[in-house]
Design a protein around this ligand. Structure first.
Ligand SMILES: *[C@@H]1O[C@H](CO)[C@@H](O)[C@H](O)[C@H]1NC(C)=O
Ligand SMILES: *[C@@H]1O[C@H](CO)[C@@H](O)[C@H](O)[C@H]1NC(C)=O
Length: 348
C-alpha cells in the first residue's frame, strides 16, 4: 500500500516537474523559506573539539547556479597554535547559534557574493547559496584526529570529510545546477581550492568554477603540516598539480577543466599569510605577483586575477574594492560569471 502510494506520488511529481520546465528540474527540494538563511545540523560533522556542527543554505526560487562559500579564520597545527595561543577560529565549536549570532549578518550585508541587495550588483544575487563553517583548523582540507604533544584533548581536523557530507546533502537537493561556484577568503580560499575536485565529482553534470581570495603559500608550505592529512588535487583529476605545492593547484585545475572559470583575488601585499609561513611581507609580495602571473598565463585563458593596491588580507571582506586598474570587484566578477564574455574576462 505504502509502496503504491509512494510510486504514484513520484509519478505525479515527475509529471509536474517536466511541465514546469528545465529550471525546476534542476531542483528536487523546496526550502521552508526562499532567500533566507537556514541552518542544518549534520550529526557526522564535527569541529576541532569533536562537537557537532553543520552548514547553512539560502535558496533562491528558480536559480540555475549554486555558490558555495567557505568561511575563513586562520589555522592550527600543534599544541601552541590549537590551544595555548590559538591561531584559528571556532576551535571550541560552531553551532546554529554561532551562525545566527554573527555569520548571517556578514553574509547578508558584508560579503558581496552572498548579497541579494540590487544596489550591490552582485552577479550571484539570484543564485542558491551554501555556507560552509570553519571550525577544524585545517584550511578545510584535513581528515585526521590527532592529540598533539602536551595537548589537553584531541583535535579533529575534519574539514575535508565535513565538506563531503555537505556536498552529499546539497547535491541530493539540487542535483543539476548549471554552474557551481566555490569560493572563500583566506582559509576559505584554501578550502575552496582543495575541495574543487570533490565538488566536481558531486555535480558531474555541472560546470564547477573557483573564486579564491587571499590564498598563496611559500614553496612547500602545506607539506610542513602533515597532521592535517590534507587531501590535495592531483593524479588524473589534476595532472599538472604538483604535490605539496599549493600555488600550482589553481592554474593546474584550470588546465584540467577548460570550460570552467578560475579567479584569484588579493591585495598586492598580504600582512597576514607571511606570518603563518615564516616569510617576510616583502618576499611574500613577490610570491603573490609571481603566482598571479602564473594564473593569468594559464593556456585555457579562463583563469584571471584581481589585485587591490596596498596591503591587506581578505578582499571579499571589503565593501566595494577596486583593482589596481580601476575595475570594481562587482564588474570584474560579472565578466567572470558571463561565460560568453571571452577576452573581456582579464586580469585587472
Ligand atoms: C541543531 O542542534 C542544536 C544543538 O543540539 C539544537 O539546539 C538546534 O535546535 C538544532 N537545530 C535544528 C534546526 O535542528
Ligand atoms: C610559477 O610557475 C612556475 C612554473 O610552474 C613555478 O616554478 C613557480 O614556482 C610559480 N611561481 C609562483 C610564485 O607560484
Amino acid at each position: 500500500m505504502l509502496a503504491v502510494f509512494t510510486a504514484s506520488l513520484a509519478m505525479v511529481a515527475s509529471a509536474t516537474l517536466s511541465a514546469a520546465g528545465p529550471i525546476h528540474e534542476r531542483q528536487s527540494f523546496t526550502p521552508s523559506a526562499w532567500d533566507t538563511w537556514i541552518w542544518n545540523n549534520q550529526s557526522t560533522n564535527v569541529c576541532a573539539d569533536g562537537s557537532m556542527t553543520g552548514f547553512a543554505y539560502n535558496m533562491h526560487s528558480g536559480a540555475n547556479d549554486i555558490l558555495i562559500y567557505f568561511d575563513g579564520g586562520g589555522a592550527c597545527w600543534d599544541t601552541n597554535s590549537c590551544f595555548t595561543n590559538p591561531t584559528a577560529f571556532n576551535l571550541q565549536g560552531y553551532t546554529e547559534s554561532s551562525f545566527q549570532g554573527w555569520t548571517k549578518t556578514s553574509l547578508d550585508s558584508q560579503i558581496l557574493l552572498t548579497s541579494r541587495d540590487p544596489a550591490r550588483n552582485n552577479p550571484w544575487a539570484g543564485a542558491h547559496y551554501v555556507f560552509v563553517p570553519y571550525c577544524t583548523g585545517d584550511i578545510h582540507g584535513g581528515n585526521n584526529v590527532v592529540t598533539y604533544d602536551g595537548a589537553p584533548a584531541p583535535i579533529y581536523h575534519k574539514g575535508y570529510s565535513n565538506f563531503q557530507t555537505i556536498l552529499q546533502v546539497v547535491a541530493g537537493a539540487v542535483p543539476y545546477p548549471q554552474n557551481v561556484w566555490i569560493t572563500g577568503t583566506s582559509a576559505g580560499c584554501f578550502g575552496a581550492t582543495l575541495n574543487y575536485v570533490a565538488a566536481r565529482k558531486a555535480f558531474p553534470w555541472s560546470r564547477i568554477h573557483l573564486i579564491g581570495d587571499s590564498c598563496e603559500t611559500t614553496p612547500g608550505f602545506i607539506g610542513t603540516k602533515p597532521s592535517w592529512k590534507l587531501t590535495q588535487p592531483g593524479g588524473r583529476d589534476c595532472p599538472k598539480c604538483q604535490p605539496g605545492e599549493f600555488n600550482s593547484f589553481l592554474p593546474a585545475l584550470s588546465s584540467a577543466n577548460t570550460g570552467s572559470r578560475f579567479g584569484s583575488i588579493s591585495f598586492a601585499s598580504d600582512g597576514t599569510l607571511p606570518g603563518f609561513m615564516g616569510a617576510t611581507m616583502d618576499s611574500f609580495t613577490s610570491i603573490i605577483s609571481g603566482y598571479f602571473a602564473n594564473v593569468t598565463k594559464t593556456t585555457t585563458n579562463m583563469a584571471k586575477t584581481f589585485t587591490v593596491t596596498g596591503e591587506g588580507h581578505g578582499v571579499l571582506y571589503q565593501t566595494s574594492p577596486v583593482s589596481t586598474t580601476g575595475a570594481t570587484l562587482a564588474s570584474w566578477l560579472a565578466t567572470m560569471k558571463n561565460l560568453r564574455s571571452g577576452s573581456a574576462y582579464k586580469s585587472v
